[in-house]
Design a protein around this ligand. Structure first.
Ligand code: ADP
Length: 463
């Protein structure tokens, strides 16, 4: 008895799960998009067939005179337009990632060269075959849709009409409930069949309407190389820009201290200038550390261990380390929620502490005096645990929120400059967390504050 009870409940929940999955097709938007695709396949296929055959036949007959060639040309252009439209339909309605019909080529400037290249491409002829095959497919799709959907829809509509006409008496409902349930199940089955047809055609469309795999890989490699090149150029520009201000400041201060004795500032001013120089030098050294870290992340050399770590001590240690500073410097309270022991995630304890320190420091910097920064652990999902760092600062606008993880991005450059950051902290934090198999995200309510969420993979519980 003791063993059969759990088994029965497991089996029941398994069946319930399968039934749920089977019926889910009825509420999936994709099923209806697929249905729309199948229902429009015949009229579209017929249109392509009529336009293309009429264009080709009349063009071929009249080709001895110029007008025939023009008709042929117009037919090629129409076929190209139809193929582009079909590609969009396969992407939008069937949900397939169809590669482009042709790869962009900046050297193609004249329409004549474009036409010659177009005619020489296998994708052009493949897409033409596809357009002609769309008609038989459309006939097939209409027949299959009619056969599979007609019965179940009738089976659902008929009881509803009967209940409406005869009134919702228990007797009417009783006699109609079984056929109604049967019709719903049949509708779900039909939608599975139609989805399978749509998927098969979607795969075919992907092969017929996109450029070949090899050509695509070459193009993709070229695009990646160009992107890497432009990001390198952008990085050099940003770094030069960031170096300019502190170096100019150091230079001006040091120069003033090297003036002849009579022109040199007094002792107090000299000391102030030396302090500024020291602070700027530290900032530069931090920037170099950050840049090295980014370079390591880019070349996948970030050394990050991924072992099971207890979160409570790390979160508490960061909170305790920064709390006195926050109180003394800005009257900001750092509150760390009591964490249950034994919450473990996969990651690197030192790197996690570094990321947390960065987020809490940012939160303190952007919180006005008297505000609160709170750190809490959220149980997240079955697979992930989240650590949230919230503040009562000015928040981040939706427009800025999209960019704050980009390198050198500062939402409000004047305020951010005062805080001393280069706009690299968050992008490094994200790189570090991603190397741990986690992620970093942020939510914010402008005027009320922001929350940065660290998400880490949950560590398996020890036996
Ligand atoms: P920085 O070193 O300039 O702080 P970060 O990469 O850490 O660079 O942050 C990028 C930008 O995101 C900051 O310049 C700031 O505009 C914004 N930001 C980060 N944290 C907060 C926060 N807690 N509240 C408001 N804005 C923030």
């Amino acid at each position: 008895m003791e063993t059969t009870a759990p088994e029965t409940s497991v089996a029941t929940s398994d069946i319930a799960d399968r039934v749920k999955r089977f019926l889910h097709v009825l509420i999936e938007p994709r099923s209806y998009l697929n249905g729309l695709y199948l229902l429009t396949a015949f009229p579209l296929g017929l249109t392509y067939f009529l336009v293309l055959t009429a264009g080709m036949i009349s063009g071929a007959f009249l080709s001895i005179v110029l007008i025939g060639l023009l008709i042929l040309l117009a037919t090629i252009v129409a076929a190209w337009g139809f193929a582009l439209f079909e590609r969009e339909l396969a992407i939008g309605l069937l949900g397939f990632k169809v590669p482009p019909l042709a790869l962009p080529d900046p050297e193609l400037v004249s329409p004549w060269r474009m036409l010659v290249r177009h005619l020489g491409q296998p994708a052009t002829w493949r897409s033409l075959v596809y357009l002609f095959l769309k008609l038989p497919f459309g006939i097939f799709a209409s027949l299959v849709s009619g056969v599979f959907l007609g019965g179940p829809i009738l089976g659902i509509v008929y009881p509803l009409v009967r209940i409406n006409v005869d009134g919702p008496s228990p007797q009417t409902i009783g006699t109609l409930i079984f056929p109604g349930v049967f019709a719903v199940a049949a509708l779900a089955l039909s939608m599975h069949v139609l989805n399978a047809v749509a998927r098969a055609w979607g795969r075919f469309a992907t092969d017929m309407l996109g450029v070949g795999e090899e050509q695509r890989q070459v193009w993709e490699a070229k695009r990646r190389a160009e992107a890497a090149d432009s990001s390198r150029r952008e990085l050099i520009m940003n770094v030069s820009h960031e170096l300019r201000t502190p170096i100019a400041s150091i230079q001006a201060h040091v120069d003033s201290l090297l003036l002849p004795e009579a022109e040199r500032p007094d002792a107090a001013e000299s000391e102030r200038r030396l302090r500024v120089t020291a602070a700027e030098t530290r900032r530069l050294s931090d920037l170099i550390e950050d840049l090295l870290m980014l370079a390591r992340a880019d070349s996948h050399e970030l050394k990050v261990s991924n072992r099971a770590i207890e979160l409570a001590p790390i979160v508490e240690q960061v909170g305790h380390a920064l709390s006195p500073l926050a109180r003394a410097e800005r009257s900001v309270t750092v509150s760390v929620e009591d964490l249950p022991a034994g919450v473990r995630a996969l990651g690197d304890p030192d790197r996690l502490a570094q990321v947390l320190t960065n987020l809490v420091r940012n939160a303190i910097n952007y919180t006005p005096e008297g505000g609160v920064v709170s750190v809490r652990v959220d149980e997240g999902t079955f697979e992930h645990i989240r650590i949230g760092v919230s503040d009562t600062g000015p928040g981040i606008s939706a427009g800025d929120l999209e960019h704050i993880f980009e390198r050198f991005y500062r939402a409000d450059s004047s305020r951010a400059r005062n805080t001393g950051g280069f706009g690299l902290g968050l992008s490094i934090a994200r790189d570090l967390l991603e190397a741990m198999g986690g992620s970093l995200s942020a939510t914010s309510q402008p005027g009320l504050g922001s929350t940065f969420w660290i998400s880490l993979r949950r560590a398996p519980t020890p036996e």
